[in-house]
Each structure stands twice: as C-alpha cells, then as structure tokens.
Design a protein around this ligand. Sequence first.
Ligand code: HEC
Length: 624
Amino acid sequence: MQINTLKGIVALAAVLLTPHAGVAQTPVVAPGASARQAVSGEAVYQERCAQCHEQASGRVPPRTAIQNMTSVRILRTLDFGAMMTVAYPMRRDEREAVARFLGKPDPEPGPRPEAFCRDRTVKLGDLSKSTWNGWSPGPDNSRFVPAALAKLTAAQVPTLKLKWAFGFQGDISAFGQPTVIGNQIFVGSASGMVHALRADTGCLQWVYQANGPIRAAIVAEPLGNSHALLFGDLTGWFYALDAATGKELWKKRPEEHEAVRISAPPLVYNGLVMIPIASWEETRAINPDYPCCTFQGSITALRLRDGTQAWKTYMVPTRAEVTGKTRVGTPTLGPSGVGVWATPTIDLKRRRIYVTTGNNYSRPNTGTSDAVIALDLDTGRILWTRQAMTEDVYNSSCIQATKGPSCPEGNGPDFDFGSPAILVRTSSGRELLLAGQKAGIVWAFDPDKEGAVVWQTRVGQGGINGGVQWGMASDGEQVYATVSDTVITRTASATMLDGTRGGGLTALRIADGAKAWYAAPAPCLATIANCSPAQPAAVTAIAGVVFAGSLDGHLRAYSAKDGTVLWDVDTVREYDTVNGVKAKGGAIDGPGAIVANGMVLVNSGYTRTGGIPGNVLLAFAPGN
Ligand code: HEC
C-alpha cells in the first residue's frame, strides 16, 4: 500500500537521524526521505480500523459509538486495552492521530469524590524500614520478604481474607506493581493513572495522570526535605513526582526511539536513577512495510535532582545501519533489540550492577542478547557479558503462521530474560547470580568469574511468553521458579489459551540446582473462557511460604518445605470496591503478589496474551 510505504520511508529517515551515544554521528538519509510528516488520523482509520468498525456487527462497536468516547480513552484502548493486538504494528504517532480523529477532546472524568480519604496527608517516614520499594524488598532482587516487613507468619497464611478491593476505571488489565511504605501505597494502572492510597482502607490521597500505561513499581527516594516518586510508562516516558502531593518535579523521555517502553522500576543509588529501557519495536515489525529494526536496549542513568542524563550504556555495540531488503522490498536494519526488561541488581561489594537482556530483533546478531551483563556502578561501562543463548534473533513477524517478511532467516526462539538476576549467598558463603530464562531454564552464574555457569536446571519447556517470565524468589536456601509455558492458538479473530497445559512451580536448592520439590499446576475447568494454568507472574516468598499467581485467576500460597498448598483464593469474580468503581478479577500475571506490613496485595486481570480480563487491586489480611 502506497501510504504505508511512504510512512516506512519517513520512519526510516527518522530512525537514521536518531543519535547513538558514543558513536560518530553521520546521519544517513534514505533516498527521497523528508522530515517526518504529520500522520493523518483519517488515513490510519481507513487502513487499520474501518474493515471492522464500518460494518460493525455483534461485539464490534460502530464508528459512531467510538466517536462518543474521548480520544484519551480510545488511545488507552490501543495501548493496553481491547484493541491492543490490532495496534501492535502501529507507531505512536499513528495511534495518537487516529484517537484524535475519532474521539472527543474532553478529559476523562477523575475518581469520585467519595474515593478520597478525609485526611489526605502522605506520611513516608524512614524508607529503610517497613518498605517494599521497587521490584523487590531488598537490593538483591530476591523478592524475599523478611519477617520484620512481612508481619505475616506461615501460620497466619491460611486465614488470609479479603480486606478491600480497589477498581481501575475503564481498564481490562491490572498490572501496576504496588509500592508499600508503612501505611502508604503508590500504584500505577493500565490507563496511566498513578494512585496514592492508604494501605489500611484503600482510600485515595491523590492521583496523577501519566502519558501511558504504568506497569513498573514506583520507587520512592528522599529528595531535599521531601521524597521523589520515580517511574516509567509503557510509552517511554519517565517521571519524578513529589510524593506528598503527586505534583510533577520533572518528566523525560530517556531514549528517543518512538517504540520505547519502560517495563520495570529503576535502580536508584547515590543520586542516580538507572532506567532499564525496552521497546515495542518487535511488534511494529508485524507491518511488512516497517523497516525493521533500529531500537537498541540500554540502561540510561538520569540525575535524580533534575532528570539530566549522567550516562547511557547501550546493550548493542554499534548503531543500526541498513543491511539489505526484505522479500517485499522494505529496508532491513541492524543490529537491534537487546531490550532490558528488568530492574538491574546492585552489587555494592564489587561496585557493579547486573543487567539481564532480551533478544535481537534483526541481523546481525550481537554477543549481548539473552545475557547477564555486568556494568560498572559508577560509569556504566560494560565489564563482562555472559550469554545464556546465542543468535536469538526474533521479532513478532515470526509468530504468524507464514512468517512475515521481516522475520529474520533462521530466526531464534525468543528465549530472552524478562526478569532480574537474584544475588544470593549459599550456606557455604559462595555468592551466585540466579536468573530465570524464558527457555524454561534457571541459571546460576558466578559473579567472580565473569558470570561462568555454576549450574543450570530446566524447570519448563519454554516459549515466547516463558518459561520463566516475570521472575523468581529466593529465601537463600532455595529458589522458587514458576513457568508460563502457555499454549496459545491464534486465529484471525481470536486468541485462545489451552486450559490444560502450562504452569508449575519448582523449588531448586541454590547450592547445586537440584530439584527440591515440584508443585503441579491445577488444570482449568472447561467452562471458564480464556483460562490457563500458566504461571508467568513473579513469585514472592516469606519465611516458610511461597506465593504464586496463575492465569486461572488463583493466587496460591505453597509451603516452602514441600510445595503443599496452604491457601488458595480464586480472584475471578465481581467486587464492590472502596473507590466505587465496578471491578472484576481475572488472570494473575506480571509483577505478582506483594507482602508487606501484614497484608498481601495482588492485581487481578491481564489480557496481554489472551487471559481473563480484570481491573482490580486486592488486599488480603489475616482473619480469625
Ligand atoms: C479485526 C477487527 C477490528 C479492527 C481492525 C479494529 N477493531 Fe476496534 N473493536 C473490535 C471488536 C471486536 C471490539 C469489541 C471488543 C470487546 O468488546 O472486547 C472493538 C472495540 C473497539 C473499541 C471499544 C473498546 C472499549 O473499551 O469499549 C474502540 C475504541 C476501538 N475498537 C477502536 C478501534 C480503532 C481505533 C481501530 C483501528 C486502529 C480498531 N478499533 C480496529 C474489532 C476491531
């Protein structure tokens, strides 16, 4: 299609003009290219929406119904709502243009007045105490909650009962990882709303509207006499807010590429905010006219005080250049990919951070994909790289039944790392880096020998959605790994999950990687649509207990000794919420359960891979 090809060239020019730190800047301009032109929302509608929404029938709302929605809501539908899959090949400017063309310019209504607390004061106190602040309660990324923070014992777990439910207005996924500091919670949402709320009652103190969906935990950090809240969104924006008021301190795009997404919390140390940068570009490559690919993953360190850049380290050694053409004549570019999906792990003793990386999107492949990479804590310089798998060159055009033109020859399996490395110490005093790969393998690397492999144990079959996907937990004796292993069937009109396959929780001894026990998944009832026993969500542990969610909507607590189920709650139902929003539970995926100060918090609802929709944050506490 002509329009598309033109857009392709414009996009190509734009990416070729994008600077790459540390590499000489000689802009290469494609023949006939001009500066990026404004995209026509009407043209995008005709090309990508009209075939369904002009002859609307059944579930499909007609164009006139969509025109009654606000542009903001339509954009969210494309970003992480019902039209997410349709929007995968669409660039940011195309999404914004079609939303503006179709929708009303009005803002979305905010929370109801009765959702707010009577006293809206935010009290943070000492951040070294009683906090789950970021991906994990501690800097080792183990997701082990010490007794003083958990304030929940194994004996109390079977008595956990729902204390309150909080609904996310208009969303069909709930995935913002809650941060808990004393009685204070901060949590993002699929609609990009940041909420400050009280842990005991779930009432709101303030809200802040970000540009895009927020999945990553919000990190609170002292700044002057107050605290800054630091987080990124799934459209590549990064924010610092004043914790007391929710007012913006600064806001940046730490990487210029249009398809950037920030999926994990930053690591904050000594006035530096180290941000893991990943992208959506893999899915843009579904469009045969998209010149694939130019995004390059990085850790970008910004200064806490003002958001200016201190350093940036790309996970790919050189900037992308034109490498050839696809079978339909679209330019190919590389090297690309190697996004960073997880929070870095800090090692103060060795003054390093460890970064886990994703796959390449296009050729040439680099020696840095699917790897653990050690960076100097002060400068960001790469010290060593250890690959779990080589030549994993993959993008979403490879998923189609007949591989799309942008799928690289002999493509890889997309077995990258989606979760951070855990720094543990065995009983004999040896330190190890544990990392769970989407291949379904748990690795132990030696931090003193440039990441040499100490052991590796297979815990699942692996797949595009994991294998180990969102992450494991370790109590210093064992590491607990769930697997997704979802089996997905895609047709033109639907994505279906196999209700009998996927899931499983394995406990491995960290000393040697031997299996201690295995808890089999629970197959779904055939009557539940979109149900799957898969367990992609991150695992959490307290002394004696392991918490793991499932796409079947259950959150289960297992005995750390032998894997028996101590507690099991089915979250798939409707809820009366404290903020008066109609809410439902669904699949549990993403950041998993948070345990802090006598409460277990979990998000329910996740449609990204066809799972059961939902829009609720649930808080459980021990009863009698
Ligand atoms: C392949 C068919 C198809 C295409 C193409 C398509 N849609 Fe849809 N759209 C649907 C269906 C089906 C629904 C109803 C979804 C549901 O109820 O879960 C829907 C629902 C919607 C909704 C309402 C969502 C809500 O939360 O209520 C919006 C807005 C929308 N589409 C916008 C778009 C835009 C904008 C495009 C083009 C970029 C588009 N759609 C392309 C099939 C399509």
